[in-house]
Design a protein around this ligand. Structure first.
Ligand code: NSS
Length: 429
């Protein structure tokens, strides 16, 4: 009977003991003990031990094969308590598809080295699991928005004016013009709510971040949403529902991955809505009481955010910020124009993962804000048009996918939440 082609996980799930199978994959480990070569073979679904005896016709190939070579092999499934997972394959046929040269990742496991050979390190168990969870988290995000009636839209990557301030814009030559890579899709999402009302997107954002921190990338994936006839408070509810949904789904559907990655699953299950909310004023007071030298009107840095997050040990919000430290598009409180309706969601260790709020919907107020920030009105005429023709109260937010994943998976750095990180120092491979 010819061997049937299976994926490794199927061998464990279907308990294929006594069946002849064929698998395709890569050599993960190899060792030889007393006339037997033990090969650990991995495919996208798992790892299985394969044994080749000296008297087998597969011996010659098994002897020759190297770590990370690609192979096709067939043999009988046997149960063996000593094998990882309880099953192994007694190999009778082994074909080498691509014989690997000496694999460079052997002893040097320093973070810097692993990031230099990221294209190869992506094969590791750890990176494979992280990428699987990332894929699931993105699916949960799409599921959530669609269930809430949000329409997915595709914003432009080339833009002509800043959303989040000029300091972190990447400029580029666009035919004979100077343009920028987008920092946020927000302004374009705002244009789309006048027809679709509730929109969202998942797209890359680019920031020329010079700071080397555990939470800054030059290219990150941004989940952004915007809705008409909506207040900042409505948006905060949507944000906490989204984050709670992602945490609970991940804990449930990615349990196996989280366990192997040694992630604190309890932390995800404990996430409960509503999240605590404090005002910026309260945040300053708390920080001063903790001995931070921070004055009202100053922005919160990473250390301040981390210290506040320690108090909660759970996602929480800070809202109502001074008008000077938040972007030009933020709506001012009509009864207190020193403050804007802007809010951040923070999580322990990482700090801010979401920024959102109500957008200035009054034309004159918006023009005043543009002036305050020294921005040229003519660069934003199209954006001001949105207040000229049927303006509505509206709000939205942006969530950094890598920051969220770094928190969910207890990663030390957002760099490991994305396959090919881009930072001031890293753009290869
Ligand atoms: O600059 S933000 O705080 N806000 C915006 O871009 C709004 N225009 C979003 C909106 O309302 N539609 O960025 C939003 C989030 C922030 O909370 C982080 O989670 C993430 O985007 N972010 C980053 N992640 C990784 N690396 C960098 N450099 C980065 N910058 C922001």
């Amino acid at each position: 009977m010819p061997a049937s082609l299976v994926q490794i996980q199927q061998i464990f799930d279907k308990k294929l003991e006594g069946k002849k199978v064929k698998i395709r994959g890569w050599v993960y480990r190899k060792r030889e003990i007393k006339y037997t070569i033990f090969l650990l073979i991995r495919d996208s679904t798992g790892v299985i031990q394969c044994t080749v005896k000296k008297d087998s016709s597969a011996w010659e190939m098994a002897d020759k094969v190297t770590i990370e070579s690609s192979v096709i092999l067939s043999g009988m499934v046997k149960s063996d308590k000593r094998a990882p997972g309880g099953y192994e394959i007694a190999v009778d046929q082994l074909t080498i598809v691509g014989l690997a040269e000496t694999f460079p990742i052997t002893k040097d496991y320093s973070e810097d080295f692993l990031r230099d050979v990221r294209h190869l390190w992506l094969r590791s168990r750890r990176m494979t699991l992280i990428m699987r969870v990332r894929s699931e988290v993105l699916k949960f995000i799409h599921d959530f928005f669609r269930r809430r009636g949000y329409v997915e839209v595709s914003p432009p990557m080339f833009i002509s004016s800043a959303c989040e301030g000029g300091a972190t814009l990447f400029g580029l030559k666009y035919f004979d013009k100077e343009l920028y890579l987008t920092q946020s899709a927000q302004l374009h999402l705002e244009a789309l709510i006048y027809s679709l009302e509730k929109v969202y997107c998942v797209a890359p954002s680019f920031r020329a971040e010079k700071s080397r921190t555990i939470r800054h990338l030059a290219e990150f994936w941004h989940v952004e949403a915007e809705a008409a006839f909506t207040t900042m408070e409505d948006m905060m509810k949507l944000e906490e529902d989204l984050v709670a949904y992602i945490c609970h789904q991940t804990a449930k559907k990615c349990k196996k991955e989280l366990e192997i990655l040694n992630t604190n699953i309890e932390k995800l299950l404990k996430v409960k809505t509503p999240f605590p909310r404090i005002t910026y004023n309260e945040a300053i007071e708390r920080l001063q009481n903790k001995g931070f030298k921070i004055e009202w009107g100053e922005d919160l840095g990473y250390d301040e955010e981390k210290a506040l997050a320690e108090d909660f040990g759970h996602p929480f919000f800070i809202y109502a910020y001074p008008r000077k430290i938040k972007a030009f598009y933020c709506k001012t409180y009509r009864d207190n124009p020193e403050l804007v309706m802007s809010e951040d969601m923070l999580v322990p260790r990482i700090g801010e993962i979401i920024t959102g709020g109500a957008r200035e919907d009054n034309k004159e107020e918006l023009i005043k804000r543009l002036k305050e920030f020294g921005l040229r009105q003519e660069d934003y005429e199209w954006y001001i048009d949105l207040r000229r023709y049927g303006t509505v109260p509206h709000a939205g937010f942006g969530l950094g996918v890598e920051r969220l994943l770094a928190w969910i998976l207890d990663l030390e750095n957002v760099i490991d939440a994305v396959p090919f990180p881009r930072t001031i120092r890293r753009y290869y491979p």
